[in-house]
Design a protein around this ligand. Sequence first.
Ligand code: SF4
Ligand code: SF4
Length: 126
Amino acid sequence: MFGMLKNVLDNLFSKPATRLYPKEKRPFFKDTRGSLEIEIEKCIFCGICQRKCPSNAIVVDRNSRTWQLNQYKCVLCNVCVESCPKKCLISKEQFNVPTTYKEFYIKKQEVKDEVQPKAQAAATNG
Ligand code: SF4
Ligand code: SF4
């Protein structure tokens, strides 16, 4: 009886044995590979990541300036991150969100006209 009472009191005044998820989330371990991201503005579309990828998850098209990743093929080995000459691939801790349909994760390079063409500038200025 006293043994049981001691257990009850111990449990009442001690911290929970488990984490109160989802209120209290566990921090990621150091160097967790959860998802692959690209800083597309730094990419030069050299295609090295595509050639090095062991699971053919990346498709780079220099002409259309697109970089595509098939998340379902990527095994997060980090080879592309380590071989990218522009260091624009990043292995993030956050895991990809689950989806109910197959989709490609596509990021496209946006070409911005930073320099106004001479003919257009002349027409604008009169
Ligand atoms: S290796 Fe880097 S710079 Fe080259 S295409 Fe891949 S992401 Fe872009
Ligand atoms: S992390 Fe590995 S598997 Fe995933 S895209 Fe990069 S090279 Fe391919």
